[in-house]
Design a protein. Structure first.
Length: 255
């Protein structure tokens, strides 16, 4: 009898993590040896166990799935679980790393497990490092939003993303802030996080993305909270939630 695949699950959304765990356990082909919602802490935990495969969300705050995969042991297989756009899906299909498009379908999951079992039995399978290099190179050609659209009456204003200091949710609406104005958007924070370049925009708490190019400095206030101070005349300060502090510092090379 074939031994079950030993799997570790990583997703910053707890509900998505629980659903994936249920789907995998229902197959009877996978032993879940651990899971994590904090991408920064995951590599050390994966290294401590004999793991066959990591199921990994590609879009996470602070540390993307691609960046995290580069830190995993070279012998570990990776399956990306993603709600990413078609550019990424095409890239996954061209490479040896597999993917599962959210919401995950049982039939597609079964096919993925078949592929993983076959790769585990093949000692000559393509290394994770080689595959990631090809995948990362392909994804660099993926298109991200160059402008954000703000509708005002019968007019649509296009705001260059390089001018956007941060994007935030307030009173069930989403706004893009620039150095001198705020613009209401039609998209949600979750949707924009997928469509904005993850090397430039980072989520600093549940309802806000910040453009790293506009970050001037970090400092702690008297209550122990970490604050971001933005460039520009306003010197605006934004609060970083506790669970986003380490991923932000990772992105800024401070850890």
């Amino acid at each position: 009898m074939t031994a079950p695949l030993r799997a570790f699950l990583i997703d910053d959304e707890p509900l998505a993590l629980k659903r994936l765990a249920r789907l995998l356990e229902a197959t009877g082909r996978v032993e879940i040896v651990g899971s994590a919602t904090d991408p920064a802490a995951a590599p050390a935990r994966v290294a401590d166990d004999a793991i066959d495969v990591v199921f990994l969300d590609i879009h996470m705050p602070g540390l993307s799935g691609l960046q995290l995969a580069e830190r995993l042991p070279a012998n570990v297989m990776v399956v990306f679980t993603t709600a990413y756009d078609q550019h990424a899906v095409t890239a996954f299909e061209l490479n040896a790393v597999d993917y599962l498009l959210k919401p995950i379908e049982r039939a597609r999951l079964s096919a993925t497990l078949d592929r993983l079992a076959a790769r585990r039995a093949d000692p000559a399978r393509t290394s994770l490092r080689e595959t990631l290099e090809r995948l990362t190179s392909h994804l660099r050609g993926a298109s991200y939003l160059a402008h954000l659209a703000s509708r005002v009456a019968e007019r649509v204003q296009l705001i260059p993303v390089d001018e956007v200091t941060h994007v935030y949710a307030r009173d069930r609406a989403t706004y893009a802030a620039t150095a001198g104005a705020e613009h209401m958007l039609d998209a949600s924070i979750v949707d924009l996080e997928r469509k904005l370049d993850p090397t430039k925009f980072v989520r600093i708490h549940r309802g806000m993305l910040v453009n790293l190019a506009w970050v001037s400095e970090l400092h702690a206030d008297f209550g122990g909270k970490l604050l971001i101070r933005l460039r520009g005349e306003r010197r605006q300060e934004l609060v970083v939630s506790r669970d986003r502090v380490r991923p932000l510092k990772e992105r800024l090379g401070l850890v």
